[in-house]
Design a protein. Structure first.
Length: 154
């Protein structure tokens, strides 16, 4: 099953929006398979944001991401990367659709509350880089049936 990494960024922690973020993903019907709090260091951030390290905003981004602990989550579900990116909204919260997490709750691109993996391959890789195998859980979830691919065929 497809997986995605969510990081509730320092602004989500500081603003008390961790529960709101979890709630929106839970209500979509996705399955939480791993969660922990962590302080991200420079090496982790340079690796996670490798595509952005040369950009103007990177120094500020790294400083911000180190400014408080974050909450790391692994979520699972049928094509969950697509679902979660839509729930999260555009990178610039002012352009994010109303109803999305960023569209409803944030204003600045540098304080957009949440990281979400951007492809199925990235989701697998990011979950593996932030979670040990024993920190990820496999379990049945009763209402999970509605997000299986099978439901699109009936
Ligand atoms: P994403 O988080 O929507 O995938 P990316 O383009 O991958 O967006 O950028 C990664 C992160 O870098 C953003 O979530 C945001 O925190 C930060 N960022 C991107 N563009 C800007 C910018 O123009 N100013 C400040 N921070 C930015
Ligand atoms: Mg990105």
């Amino acid at each position: 099953m497809e997986r995605t990494l969510i990081i509730a960024k320092p602004d989500a922690v500081q603003r008390g929006l961790i529960g709101e973020i979890i709630s929106r993903l839970e209500q979509k019907g996705l399955k939480l398979v791993g969660m922990k709090m962590a302080s991200l260091d420079e090496a982790m951030l340079r690796s996670h944001y490798a595509e952005h390290v040369d950009k103007d905003f990177y120094a500020g981004l790294e400083q911000f991401m180190k400014s408080s602990p974050v909450v790391l989550m692994a979520w699972e579900g049928f094509e969950c990367v697509e679902s979660v990116r839509n729930l999260v909204g555009a990178t610039n919260p002012r352009q994010a659709d109303p109803g999305s997490i960023r569209g409803d709750l944030a204003i600045g691109a540098g304080r957009n509350l949440i990281h979400a993996s951007d492809s199925a391959a990235t989701g697998q890789a990011e979950v593996a880089s932030f979670f040990k195998e024993e920190e990820l859980f496999s379990y049945d979830k009763s209402e999970y049936v509605h997000i299986y691919e099978d439901s699109e065929r009936t």
